[in-house]
Ligand binder design. Sequence first.
Ligand code: ZN
Length: 401
Amino acid sequence: MYKYILAMLTAGVPALLAAPAPVPAHFSPRAAELLADRIELEESAYQLNVVYFVGNDYEPTADYERRISELLVYLQQYYGKEMDRNGFGKRSFGLSMLPNGNVNILLIRGKEKHTEYSYDRGPGKILKEIEAWYKEHPEQKRSQHSFVLMPTFQNEQYSDKSPGGVPFYGYGRDCFALDYKEFDIRHLGQDTEWGRLLTKWYGGFAHELGHGLNLPHVGGTKTLDKERGTALMKNGNYTFGYSPTYLTPTSCHILSCCEVFSTEKKPHYAEEEPVPAVHSIKFRVAQSGKELKLMVDTDASVSQVIALVQDPPYSVNQDYDAIGFPAEMTKTKDGLSRAKITIPFSEITALNNLGKGEMGIDLLFQKPDGTRYRWTIPFDGTKLEAGTKIPTPQPQLDSGY
Ligand code: ZN
């Protein structure tokens, strides 16, 4: 807090007026210190639903309102700063806030014992009960995205020092993370037992939230990794808060169309919309075999095309090696949307099959309302030739990650 006051005093009146709201007085000194350089975010028209779900024989972990609020507010700032750095403005996921400055966390008590809601049993039962709760409290459902926290099991296998037992993954527009006694931002970046544990679970929290905000696994180019560290949606869950961790331009392009990042009220994810028509894809090797150029023409409904290059296999959770190349569309004279993407091979050298065997390029076609389609082009890294022909794709809806 001291730093914040000092910054305000030295910044003069104009900066004072532009300053974000003060850090709540009951936040910990460490949280105030970490939030001292926070930026004022644009207001989102939708907010992430934050749910704390417990079995009927469990209580939430002590002081969860303050701890989870600090962790979420810091993460909201992190996403907002990364979006700003990537040219999308000071936008982040919206949070519903209480008058005391805490996040409005919805405490939902399950109908059954905690063991009925274990990792192994999957998310179905929990999501069904949350949906039933939203029906009774429709004013509390503020978007289609929910972030669900559950306290660690306490048994021979799991405890506050070794948390687990509950779901921990992204699942469509819902994602799950866990809570435990020392899940507290005061341990951030510290080389202590609690500090290392926090990076593991807070990094996981930040990464799973990304999945719940529509993000697939994706890493950055070789240059970006060198400049900025580890991509959050690659292995950044192991580095977040400990060493530099960043959101790739691909992640930021996708977030720019996510409902809870939207600054205006408008419908999202209209999945009944027709699959976008892809008119042509031109694929050529340029610069004496040093780069791949793609030119993609689609109908006007597509606003962004992203190429994800990866080694096989391509399925979910075997796709951590994907490297993303996003492109904004331009309009052609005949009313189509056109993306031009260049993939320099020097930027994807981490891929094992480069020049050796089959690789894949997934093309993600995103509409402005966040609806996304995917199509995979396998190509033989040993037989790249100028003018390689690609069949016209039939993209599939891409909504589960
Ligand atoms: Zn993941």
